[in-house]
Design a protein. Sequence first.
Length: 187
Amino acid sequence: MKSFLLCFALVSISLWGQAAPSVPASWDVSKSVAELTAQVDKLKPVLAQLTPQAWVEQGAPAAFVAQWQSAQQELDYLDQTARALEKQPEKMTAALDLYFRLQAVEWRLTSLAEGARKYQSPAAGEQIAEAVGVHATQRDQLREYITDLAAQNEQQLAVMDREAQRCREDQNASHPTTPAKRNAKAK
């Protein structure tokens, strides 16, 4: 038990002393996510101004209506996942969820921007395209954060693994295994 506590202390010290990859502080991540949430909130009224039902009457594919409805739902989900990451910026799953949702929203908005240009007005299409451009910067920052967070986690796991292996070796060296006694009756 003593050797386990010693190994645990060494692992903790090793992790504490290691320089982490360039992962921003949690308050910086929370601030960036709050900015993204504010941008999403600004996008909702722009999306609400689109009229894909009228586009269908002009000969547009009916899929635009479904994309528009889906984009509105995705914006709500994006908002929820952004708030979850804002509360727990160190959670890899929350960061990945936000990243994938952001990508899905961008794909839908890009398609809707093309439809808006063709069937509503070029200005409406440009508004959507500009919003996608603003989100691209946030998405790239989020991708970089996820990469750095993954690298940090891998580095910490590697240190813990090395220390665990060293502790096992120390424990085995201090307690050599004795051969099993043979059963005297077996002779």
